[in-house]
Ligand binder design. Structure first.
Ligand code: UDP
Length: 274
C-alpha cells in the first residue's frame, strides 16, 4: 500500500464506504432505451457518476469490404471517452485503453448475437462516455446491450456489465472513483444473465481465491438487478409507442362519409330538368 492509499480512508468503523454504501451495494443505476432517432437502436445509462450513450447500426454491409466474413456478421465496437468526461481533459481520439475496451466488448457481444444469420454484414456499436467515475466499461456494455436490443438485432439474451473489487481489505461491489484509484483490486465482468455465461472478465490487482469468489458472487447478484432495469427500459420504450398508437386511434376522427361519385337526382333540386 502506497502513502496516498494510507491517507484515503475508504472503509469507516461501521463498515461503510466513503460514499455511504455497504460493501454489497450498487450505485444508483438508470437506463433509458431509444434516445437517438438517427441510429437503429440506442440507449443511455447513468450509473453513479457515469453517463454513457450507446448507438447501434446494422446489421449492415460491412466496411471496409475486406473485413467481411462470408459466413457471419462482424461486431465492430467503439468505446470512446469524451474529452470533458474526466476531471483532467482527456486527449481526444483512440488510445491503448479505449482500443482494449472496444476489443473486449466486441468479443463479449460476438458470443451472444446470432452472427451466422447475417453473413457479410457488420453490427456497429458506438459507446460514448460523457461523464466518467469508474466502471465506465460496465456501464458501456450495459447501455450497448439495450441499444442492440432496441435495434432489433437478434441475440441470445441481454448482456450486463458489473464490477467488484477490494477496498481497504474488504471485497466490495461496484467501485467508485476513489475506490478504483486507491483500492487493491478491480474485477470488471459481463454476464449473460439467463445462462450465467461470463462473456468478459478482467482483473486489475490481486485477490485470493476466496475474495475472487465473493467478488463474483456480488457481481452476479447485481447483474440480475441491472438485467431487470434493462428489460424495464425496453418495455417502457415499446409500451409508450403502443400507448401512443392507441391514443392516436382513439382520437382519430371517424372516416369522412364518401362523396357520391355521380349526381344524385332529387325531385326538388333546382335546375335539374327532366
Ligand atoms: N479515467 C480517467 N482518465 C482516463 C481513463 C480513466 O480519468 O484517461 C478514470 C475514469 O473515471 C474511469 C476510471 O479512471 O472511469 C477507471 O478507469 P478504468 O481504466 O479502470 O476503466 P473503467 O473502470 O472506467 O471501466
Amino acid at each position: 500500500m502506497g502513502d496516498t492509499e494510507k491517507k484515503v480512508k475508504l472503509i469507516d468503523s461501521d463498515g461503510r464506504r466513503n460514499d455511504g454504501r455497504m460493501p454489497h451495494e450498487l450505485r444508483p443505476v438508470k437506463i433509458e432505451a431509444g434516445v437517438l432517432h438517427r441510429a437503429d437502436g440506442s440507449a443511455y445509462v447513468e450509473w453513479g457518476g457515469n453517463k454513457v450513450l450507446a448507438a447501434v447500426y446494422g446489421p449492415r454491409e460491412a466496411h471496409p469490404r475486406h473485413l467481411q466474413k462470408p459466413t457471419r456478421a462482424l461486431v465492430q465496437c467503439r468505446y470512446n471517452m469524451a474529452p470533458f468526461s474526466v476531471s483532467d481533459r482527456k486527449r481526444p481520439g483512440p488510445d491503448r485503453r479505449s482500443n482494449e475496451i472496444s476489443k473486449v466488448i466486441s468479443e463479449a457481444f460476438s458470443s451472444v448475437i446470432f452472427l451466422e444469420q447475417f453473413p457479410r454484414t457488420s453490427v456497429d456499436v458506438y459507446m460514448e462516455v460523457l461523464q466518467a467515475e469508474a466502471g465506465t466499461r460496465c456501464a458501456a456494455i450495459t447501455a450497448a446491450s439495450v441499444a442492440i436490443a432496441d435495434a432489433g438485432v437478434p441475440m441470445r439474451d441481454l448482456v450486463v456489465g458489473c464490477a467488484s473489487g477490494k477496498v481497504g481489505g474488504v471485497v466490495c461491489l461496484d467501485l467508485n472513483k476513489d475506490e478504483d484509484n486507491f483500492g487493491e483490486a478491480d474485477v470488471p465482468m459481463a454476464v449473460v444473465p439467463r445462462t450465467g455465461q461470463i462473456v468478459l472478465l478482467q482483473m486489475d490487482g490481486h485477490l485470493t481465491a476466496k475474495e475472487f469468489d465473493q467478488a463474483m458472487a456480488y457481481s452476479l447478484g447485481a447483474a440480475q438487478q441491472i438485467y431487470e432495469l434493462q428489460k424495464d427500459a425496453l418495455r417502457r420504450r415499446y409500451s409508450v409507442s403502443l400507448e401512443e398508437f392507441r391514443a392516436k386511434e382513439a382520437t382519430a376522427s371517424p372516416e369522412p362519409e364518401e362523396e357520391p361519385k355521380y349526381d344524385v337526382y332529387h325531385d326538388d333540386q333546382p335546375g335539374v330538368a327532366e
